[in-house]
Design a protein around this ligand. Structure first.
Ligand code: GLC
Length: 656
């Protein structure tokens, strides 16, 4: 860990003081330089000057309506036929679950996007649309896409090269559907694991988040010769570091959205903390070629991020030199003044948001913008700046030359290469929390194995949110392998593997007619899929039913191994003694068989926690910044960076 103890103590003091009015702090004029090993190839000067010249020439020809149209992003189910042309709409998106009505195949997606694109190219200036989607762990909306572990698992793997390849693979499967814009990665430095979006983050520590967010962005955006870039193209698929800024550092109970508690809430940290802990992943992303950033629903010191002129304009655009465009979150502008739409739009556009994810009532937005410019409340020069930034990105993607991608990428969907990559990611994401008496690895000629729990055989459960539907979808709609199928494939041919969702194996008898006792019993404990604030949860402890699954297996097996499928650490202190081994498997995606690869010792455990593991609900929020000086029962159950390996004894866990 590169943070000095004194710095961590300073931070923990700042953090603990964050409830109180922040002390007057000297703001560092120079941001900490975050080492960025990589950067996305940028255009050479001559090409860049040529593009800037083309942008200015195009801008000079645009009417106010055509400019405002470019600032308008509409959800694909809300755009009326012909309106892209009529209103010069610049962007369309699919929200979570926004697949084509016809059928959820790459070809149907491609045809849908192409249809919208044709409408855009029918406008006077033929400015192509930019279509965006949340492919946060693979192209989740697409049925039978390769679904990778959610970022919490990639944080445990902490392998930038692997994450870069995942970015590339995701980009290929997106282009297979005609989509060149991914609202990812989340680069929140998550401070409270009760947050429903914890799993979308890589971790709680700044440098890990910067490193992996930048690697993913490079994977998404970097071009290769095989991509046959058009002149002036510098980006393969556009990434979106999000949500700027402090989405994962809000205070419990501060959200004003529905019954959310943390998500979209208020962050009260001093600017010193914001700059030292939360900002570096964005600085690293901008230095690595980020050309789009999404503003956060959340607030800082009571002001919505979508109205934070200082952070959007002065820090991100001026101080960092960010020359792409800022997109709003879903209808987030409207939240600034809930009773005054006009004031919300004026405030947010003037604060620096360049494109509005409206996403429904685009006519009202367009009319409001026209009024605001005609009233002088939004200078037309501000509109020009926003459109300039949007056009810059469309040129960087080569959309004017090639509005729709080559269909050759359709062959990459669930390709052997992508599946092997996903399975590798699953293996490397696993964290071994406990392994008493070397319960793991299992031998492949073990006579009897029991497997219990709904999560053991449901690809939808192991994938989590943002998969097929916004909130995820239980069941097995997607192709892939489950934990159970992986165990069955890995075990020897003479091994008997029995499965019971409810954990009842009483029907199975041994040769003497007595109840069959397994040599090893796996209990898969799984969170039900969730997304965003729907997943905000104060109680992370295991339920009675989940505990019962473990105690029942205790009666039916010599050895008990618990596998946790979750979007965050759960409170397992009380149940820890009930099983010899515990594995954190997070949300592995479609290639669950990667888990068996490690359980049977074909591969080692290498994963390390990217989040502090709480001992109790009462400890929350607990993280490396506010717990660095905590010891004994005050400390997390397992610290950031913890993870056992085969051959190393399981440490004694002190009861508290
Ligand atoms: C959601 C999320 C954001 C996502 C957007 C589009 O509300 O906050 O992460 O990119 O809407 O689906």
């Amino acid at each position: 860990m590169k943070h000095s103890l004194s710095f961590l103590l300073l931070i923990s003091l700042l953090f603990s003081a964050c409830g109180a009015p922040p002390p007057a702090t000297v703001i560092p004029t120079k941001l900490p330089v975050v080492a960025t090993e990589t950067s996305v190839p940028v255009m050479d000067t001559e090409t860049s000057q040529s593009v800037e010249k083309q942008i200015e020439e195009l801008l000079a020809r645009m009417t106010l309506e055509e400019k405002i149209g470019q600032m308008t992003q509409v959800e694909k189910n809300s755009i009326k036929p012909g309106d892209i042309t009529k209103y010069y709409i610049g962007s369309i998106l699919s929200g979570g679950g926004g697949y084509p009505t016809a059928e959820n195949t790459a070809q149907a997606w491609y045809a849908m996007v192409e249809g919208f694109q044709k409408e855009a190219l029918a406008t006077r200036l033929q400015i192509p649309i930019l279509y965006g989607v949340d492919a946060v762990h693979g192209h989740g909306n697409l049925r039978n896409a390769t679904i990778f572990p959610h970022n919490i698992g990639l944080g445990a793997a902490n392998n930038p090269e692997l994450v870069e390849k995942i970015g590339r693979a995701t980009a290929e499967e997106m282009l297979a559907t005609g989509i060149p814009w991914n609202f990812a990665p989340v680069v929140a430095v998550v401070q409270d694991v009760r947050w429903g979006r914890t799993y979308e983050g890589y971790g709680e520590e700044t440098e890990l988040v910067s490193s992996l967010g930048t690697a993913y962005l490079k994977g998404l955006q970097s071009l290769t010769a095989e991509d046959n870039p058009v002149p002036g193209q510098s980006i393969f698929v556009l990434g979106t570091p999000k949500h700027f800024i402090g989405d994962g550092a809000t205070i419990w109970g501060s959200s004003r959205t529905e019954n959310y508690q943390l998500d979209q809430g208020n962050m009260q940290v001093p600017e010193e903390f914001l700059r030292q802990i939360l900002l570096p992943p964005y600085q690293s992303a901008v230095e690595s070629g980020a050309m789009n950033i999404m503003a956060s629903f959340s607030s800082w010191k009571g002001t919505k991020m979508h109205a934070q002129q200082y952070l959007l304009n002065e820090v991100l655009k001026d101080e960092f030199g960010f020359n792409g465009f800022i997109v709003s979150d879903w209808q987030a502008m409207d939240q600034i003044y809930p009773d005054d739409y006009y004031a919300s739009i004026v405030t947010s556009v003037n604060a620096g948001v360049d494109m509005n994810m409206v996403p429904y009532d685009y006519v009202t937005f367009i009319e409001t913008m026209k009024s605001a410019v005609n009233n002088g409340d939004i200078p037309e020069s501000r509109v020009d700046e926003a459109v300039r930034r949007i056009l810059r990105v469309k040129f960087a993607l080569g959309l004017f030359e090639r509005p729709m991608p080559d269909t050759k990428y359709q062959g990459t969907i669930r390709s052997r290469e992508h599946l092997e990559l996903a399975r590798q990611a699953v293996r490397e994401s696993l964290v071994l929390l406990k392994n008493e008496n070397d319960a793991l690895p299992l031998s492949k000629d073990m006579p009897v194995i029991f497997v219990a729990g709904v999560g053991a055989h449901e690809i939808g459960v192991q994938s989590g949110g943002w998969t097929l539907e916004w909130q995820g979808k239980v069941g097995n709609d997607n192709e892939g392998t489950t934990i159970l199928s992986g165990i069955r494939s890995a075990a020897g041919s003479d091994t008997r593997v029995e499965y019971s969702r409810e954990g009842d194996f009483s029907e199975f008898k041994d040769s003497t007619g007595n109840p069959l006792i397994a040599d090893a019993g796996f209990v898969v404990i799984a969170e039900k899929p969730y997304a965003e604030g729907v997943g905000d949860q104060a109680d992370l402890s295991l339920s009675q039913a989940e505990t019962k699954l473990i105690t029942a297996m205790r009666e039916q097996s010599q050895t008990v191994i618990v596998i946790l499928l979750s979007g965050r650490p759960r409170v397992i202190t009380e149940q820890l003694p009930l099983a010899e081994a515990w594995v954190a498997a997070w949300l592995p995606g479609t290639e669950g068989a990667g888990i068996a690869d490690v359980l049977f010792g074909d591969f080692p455990f290498t994963g390390k926690l990217s989040f502090s593991w709480p001992r109790s609900n009462e400890q929350l929020p607990i993280n490396i910044y506010n717990a660095s000086d905590k010891t004994g029962c005050e400390a997390p159950l397992f610290p950031f960076g913890y993870g056992l390996e085969y051959g190393h004894p399981s440490p004694e866990i002190e009861p508290c």
